[in-house]
Structures are given as structure tokens and as C-alpha cells.
Design a protein around this ligand. Structure first.
Ligand SMILES: Nc1ncnc2c1ncn2[C@@H]1O[C@H](COP(=O)(O)OP(=O)(O)OP(=O)(O)O)[C@@H](O)[C@H]1O
Ligand SMILES: [Mg+2]
Length: 502
């Protein structure tokens, strides 16, 4: 047995994050950890990697008891970890990032040429194409993911933990990653994989361990289960994997985008003369491979990125293209950013403060000149319950919540603001399926009462499941608009790849 974790218990103030967890991983095996947001997956892995110390329980590697006090000790015994949130330094090159923290990595003394050479060998051997001399900020997320894996391989990890490595990848990038991971297990390495996407879990896993509330609640294999059963094991009830979407007649256009031009981070045009309408009572979903201007489109509509002078963004007949975010909000715009920690939440603020972040001046939460703390607390308690945000209390800082629960806080806030137009980017990225079901039902409920929603998601099933019309985006333009009745996964996939004549 490569790894045995026995009776692992870990407490945080007010939370029993791991409650006597047993986990065994064999050589050459992909062992998946599945569980709701806040179930304790990352905590267990951080114990394994020496970032947290367990309160109880033991860890054995090849039968030998280990006490891992820090990540460098974990690396020394051959444990690698690709974290849920990237840990690379954007301003450094790939080689510099890999060299960081190496035993020989004493600043200027590190032989970067030797590191680069070894990176090239590893990328060759594992089919991970990466240029060691490129700075990380220039790279797409899929490439950054490969750098994280190269970093682990460079340190010769025999046990690699991948904490939601696919959350930010496109379907094509996921396929590529799985090929790489399979090659690693063929060499006898063991992998621990965490994902909320059940089709991935079914495709990649040898063994699956299900966690709920910090404890193991089940154990299975893909051949013995189904996506529906996995969902039920996780959540403890049956879950609708495809949302119900009753027919609604769309109203007047509420968001009208004309000739939108937006520059990307690299200064080149990312959105090029885009035209699109979204009507009240309608969800328009953008389907596209990431990097085709979706992010820039969403940010330009929200007012976080400048639209070029000739662009028009009409919000309920007012051109907001040159207005700031605050004014756009006042005119009825809601926005759920894909960058949840930077644009959506303030880590040091409590859950209840984050739940009213943009609403703090509104009459609901003020009494005369003062904040109405009772109303704020009530709102906090209600939303935490409705959206099943897992937190010890509404006074807990958002930064100590699990990834998926932070996303739920932002969605809860934006959806209750009753926006007339809503831009939602990657609403369920990193969110567990039980919560995804609830978020989907809320987006549809908003649509049913007349909100115009522009949905941007890399999850094509989500786009097809939620949208009344699907706009395919390619190289900064809308290349096709498909009503939901005519939506075919394969056809949309080809359009996304730029194949227009078939
Ligand atoms: N450093 C910390 N301080 C306080 N509480 C923490 C800390 N880290 C995790 N927790 C709590 O422990 C519980 C388990 O969190 P963990 O991050 O392990 O969940 P997870 O299964 O990885 O969830 P997700 O799918 O959302 O990433 C949560 O209730 C979380 O709020
Ligand atoms: Mg996690």
C-alpha cells in the first residue's frame, strides 16, 4: 500500500473538518475524493502535505509511519500537491517557479539553465508542453496547470494530490490532462484526485471515497456506480443533474450590446465588434472555448474593463458603456464574477458583511444614518440557510470558508439584489452538485420573473441546460445564435472550435 491515512481528525474553531477519516491509496491508482463544499477534502490533503497538523490519527507511506511537519518534508518523501488555487508567482518564469523552494535553489546560485533543461526533459517524457522561459502571467490556465504538475514531477513525486485541477480547464484541456495523469499512474505513481464534475470522476477514478461533514460516508468504483448514485451518496438525497426550465415568453430587450470592442490583458483586441441582445425573461448563454473573449465581454458589461469609444452597452435603454460599475448597479445590473476572491468578496470581512457588500447603502440595511445590524444579521442568517453556505457562523471571515462556499456567498448576494439584468460568469465553478442544483434553480427563477441574464460558462452542459438561446463565441465575435430547441452538443462543439461549414 502506497499511502494509508488512519483515523485522521482535524478541528478548526467551531468546525470538525475531518472526523476520523481512513483513506488508502495503492501504487498506480487514481483515488478520487468526492464530497460537498466544506466536506473536508482540502483539509485532509493539506494534512498529508504538511500544511496542517492533524489532531488525531496517523499517516503511513509504504507502511512506514510519517510525521510531516511542512510541505518541504512532504516533498522529501515524494508527495506532491497541485492546489485548488494556483500557487505560482505570475511575474516569474516557468523555470524560476519550478526552482523556487528547491534544495539547491539558493537565489542567484540556482542554475536556471539546468532547471530549464530538466523541465524540457520532463515535458518531453510526459507530453506536457511548456516553455521554461515564459513568464507565468502570459500563460493560459491550462498551461499553468501543466507547470504545477511539472513542478511536482521535478521533485519526483510518487504520490500526487490534485485538488480540483479541472475546475478552470476547458474540456479539451481536461482530456489532455487525463492522458498525462494516466501516464503517471502507468509509471506506478499514485494520484489523489478531487473534482465536483461527476463525468470526470467516472472517467478517471479507480477508487472513489465519499466524504460528508468531515467523515467517510461511502466507498465505490466507477464500474459499480452511476453519476446519479454518486450525487446521492454525496448529498444524501437525489439530485437533478439537468435543471427544469419551464417555457417563458421573452419580453423586451434589456441588455443591448452594439459594436462592442474590448482589449484583452495583452493589449490586443479580445472582443471585436460584438452585437448581442438579451431580453427580459431570457437566459442567453455564451458557449466558447476559454480565451475567445468571454471574460473580456463579461468584464466590459460589468464595467470592470474599458470598452472602446465606439461601443454601446444599453442597459434598459441607457447607454452605460462609459459609466462606472456603481452607476451600472444603480441602473439594475447584477454581476457574478469568475474571479470570486478578487472581484466578488473581501476575505477579511465576515460572511454577513460580504452578503450585503454592495447593498450597504440601501434602505434595507440602514436606520437613519446608521447601519441596521439586526437587519444585516437577519439577512445573513436567511441567505446562509437558503444557499446552504457551510460556515460556523455568519461572523466567520469569508477567507476561512471552503472554495465552493465563497462562491455561494457571492451568488446569494447577487441573486437577492433582484437585478433587472444579470451577468453571471462560471456560476457553479467549484460548487458541489447539490448547491449547483440550487443555483441553477435560482437563475431560472430569476428568469421566470423577468430578469435578463447573460450566462458565461465553460461548462457546455450548463450552458445548454440553462439557456433559452445559445450564442457561440469565437475569436471575439458571436458566430452563431442557436435557440435551445435546436441545441445539439456536437454541433455547438464544432462551432466553438471554429468549424462553421458542416
Ligand atoms: N484554515 C481554516 N480555518 C478555519 N476553518 C477552516 C480552515 N480550513 C478549512 N476550514 C473549514 O473546514 C471545513 C472543511 O473545509 P475544506 O476546505 O477541507 O472543504 P472542501 O471539502 O475542500 O470543500 P470545497 O469543495 O468547497 O473545496 C469547512 O467548514 C471550512 O470552512
Ligand atoms: Mg477544497
Amino acid at each position: 500500500m502506497l499511502l494509508e491515512m488512519k483515523g485522521i481528525t482535524k478541528r478548526f474553531p467551531g468546525v470538525l473538518a475531518n472526523d476520523g477519516i481512513d483513506l488508502e491509496v495503492e501504487e498506480g491508482q487514481v483515488h478520487t475524493l468526492l464530497g460537498e463544499n466544506g466536506a473536508g477534502k482540502s483539509t485532509l490533503m493539506k494534512i498529508l502535505f504538511g500544511l496542517y497538523q492533524q489532531d488525531e490519527g496517523e499517516v503511513l507511506l509504504r507502511g512506514k509511519p510519517l510525521s510531516i511537519g511542512s510541505p518541504s518534508e512532504a516533498i522529501d518523501v515524494g508527495i506532491g500537491m497541485v492546489h485548488q488555487h494556483f500557487m505560482l508567482v505570475p511575474t516569474l518564469t516557468v523555470a524560476e517557479n519550478v526552482a523556487l523552494g528547491l534544495k539547491s535553489g539558493r537565489g542567484a546560485l540556482t542554475d536556471l539553465d539546468a532547471v530549464s533543461k530538466r523541465i524540457n526533459e520532463i515535458s518531453e517524457a510526459h507530453g506536457l508542453s511548456v516553455d521554461p522561459s515564459v513568464e507565468v502571467w502570459r500563460m493560459a490556465v491550462g498551461e499553468r496547470q501543466r507547470v504545477e504538475i511539472i513542478k511536482a514531477l521535478y521533485r519526483d513525486a510518487t504520490l500526487l494530490v490534485l485538488d480540483e485541477p479541472t475546475a478552470v480547464l476547458t474540456p479539451q484541456e481536461v482530456d489532455d490532462l487525463f492522458v498525462i495523469l494516466r501516464r503517471m499512474t502507468d509509471e506506478g505513481r499514485g494520484l489523489i484526485f478531487i473534482s465536483h464534475k461527476l463525468h470526470e470522476v467516472m472517467a478517471l477514478s479507480d477508487e472513489i471515497t465519499v466524504l460528508r461533514n468531515g467523515a467517510v460516508t461511502g466507498h465505490t468504483r466507477p464500474s459499480e456506480t452511476s453519476r446519479e448514485q454518486l450525487a446521492e451518496m454525496m448529498v444524501g438525497r437525489s439530485v437533478k443533474l439537468v435543471p427544469d426550465r419551464p417555457h417563458v415568453t421573452a419580453g423586451e430587450p434589456r441588455l443591448v450590446i452594439k459594436n462592442l470592442e474590448v482589449k484583452g490583458d495583452r493589449g490586443t483586441m479580445a472582443v471585436e465588434g460584438l452585437n448581442l441582445d438579451v431580453c427580459g425573461g431570457e437566459i442567453v448563454g455564451i458557449a466558447g472555448v476559454s480565451g475567445n473573449g468571454q471574460k473580456e465581454l463579461a468584464e466590459a458589461v460589468a464595467g470592470l474593463r474599458r470598452a472602446e469609444g465606439s461601443s454601446h452597452i444599453m442597459l434598459n435603454d441607457v447607454d452605460v458603456a462609459q459609466l462606472d460599475t456603481r452607476k451600472r448597479r444603480d441602473l439594475g445590473l447584477g454581476y457574478v464574477s469568475e474571479e470570486r476572491m478578487t472581484d466578488g468578496a473581501i476575505g477579511e470581512f465576515s460572511v454577513s458583511e460580504n452578503l450585503i457588500l454592495v447593498d450597504h447603502g440601501s434602505e434595507k440595511f440602514t436606520k437613519g444614518k446608521f447601519l441596521d445590524f439586526k437587519a444585516i444579521r437577519e439577512q445573513g442568517e436567511t441567505l446562509v440557510k437558503k444557499f446552504a453556505v457551510k460556515t460556523p457562523s455568519i461572523d466567520t471571515p469569508v477567507s476561512s470558508l471552503s472554495g465552493g462556499n465563497i462562491q455561494k456567498v457571492i451568488l446569494a448576494r447577487e441573486l437577492t439584489a433582484k437585478p433587472s439584468v444579470m451577468v453571471v460568469a462560471q456560476p457553479t465553478r467549484g460548487v458541489d452538485i447539490g448547491s449547483a442544483e440550487y443555483i441553477h434553480s435560482q437563475l431560472i427563477a430569476q428568469r421566470d420573473v423577468g430578469t435578463a441574464t447573460l450566462l458565461i460558462s465553460e461548462d457546455l452542459d450548463e450552458v445548454i441546460g440553462l439557456s433559452d438561446r445559445i450564442a457561440v463565441m469565437f475569436e471575439g465575435e458571436i458566430v452563431a445564435i442557436i435557440p435551445s430547441e435546436e441545441a445539439e452538443r456536437d454541433k455547438i462543439g464544432l462551432l466553438m472550435a471554429g468549424v462553421f461549414d458542416s
